[in-house]
Ligand binder design. Structure first.
Ligand code: B1M
Length: 216
């Protein structure tokens, strides 16, 4: 059996090299080698995404490469997803989640969804580019315990505050806990816009949601 670091390194590199044909095989190899599914995501694919982001910033990669990296990670996630989920978990609570208006990044949000579902939450995923009114409608309709928002762009993170205002105007703000996340989002920002928490990553996000429901 190969070394864990070696397999995770290859997974990272397959994202960086946009190698969509080998990612699934490598992810299977990681699972067969008993590497925890979370690690394949956090120490393998997400590391690769960080490097892709740096290459984009340096002008070494362009939009086409960002798209290809996203597609490559999605191929890997198809293999990993079933291993992130629990099978016979009872419903821990309900979460309405979405990527805010103007923002199309959904890989991190999808990861949060998978971990929440894996922790027994029922999740209503509104997708990407979600208008504040749609969050409000979903809260009215589904009566969740928690609203989760994701934003990856500094230009879209302020949309989170608009969602919170819309919930306040609809008289729904105090009925839900609100968690925000995404690369530019900090705890200070969450506090400033009136969210209840910010999560650095999907694992922390799911942990916070579990703690709100009284389980860890
Ligand atoms: Co975009 N993009 N992108 N992109 N993209 C970034 C975010 C960027 C940092 C790249 C860079 O310049 N270095 C930059 C943003 C700069 C900024 O605002 N400061 C950027 C840009 C500029 C853009 C465009 C504007 C490019 C253009 O068109 N010129 C454009 C915007 C489109 C739009 O949204 N309107 C754009 C487009 C795209 C693609 C569509 C090509 C693609 C997205 C594909 C998809 O999501 N389906 C893409 C990608 C892939 C990236 C990078 C390379 C990777 C993002 C990713 O998936 N990371 C990214 C660079 C980077 O992040 N290093 C970049 C992996 C993922 C697992 O991490 O999403 O951070 P992340 O999620 C984490 C945490 O943030 C957290 O948990 C997750 C996992 O642990 N988290 C939560 C996220 N949401 C959470 C919610 C929670 C809790 C935790 O609770 C609710």
């Amino acid at each position: 059996m190969k070394d864990e670091a070696e397999i995770l390194g290859k997974i990272r590199d397959s994202i960086v090299n946009l190698d969509i044909n080998s990612i699934a095989k490598l992810c299977k190899e990681a699972i067969d080698s008993n590497i925890p599914a979370y690690k394949v995501v956090t120490d393998g694919m997400s590391r690769g995404m960080e490097i892709v982001g740096k290459k984009y910033e340096n002008g070494e990669y362009f939009l086409a490469e960002l798209i290809m990296a996203g597609e490559t990670m999605k191929e890997g996630m198809k293999i990993i997803k079933p291993y992130l989920k629990g099978s016979d978990l009872k419903i821990a609570g309900k979460v309405v989640i979405g990527t805010v208006r103007g923002d199309l990044h959904d890989i991190g949000k999808n990861l949060v969804v998978m971990l929440l579902e894996g922790s027994g939450f029922s999740v209503v995923d509104l997708g990407v580019d979600v208008q504040p009114e749609k969050f409000v409608e979903a809260v009215r309709e589904h009566e969740p315990n928690i609203v989760g928002m994701s934003a990856l762009l500094t230009t879209t993170m302020m949309e989170m505050e608009k969602v919170i205002s819309a919930l306040k105007n609809a008289g729904l703000r105090n009925k839900v806990k609100i968690i925000v996340g995404g690369a530019p989002v900090t705890r200070e920002f969450a506090e400033m816009i009136g969210a209840d928490a910010a999560a650095r990553d999907a694992v922390e996000g799911a942990t916070i949601c579990k703690s709100w429901m009284g389980s860890r």
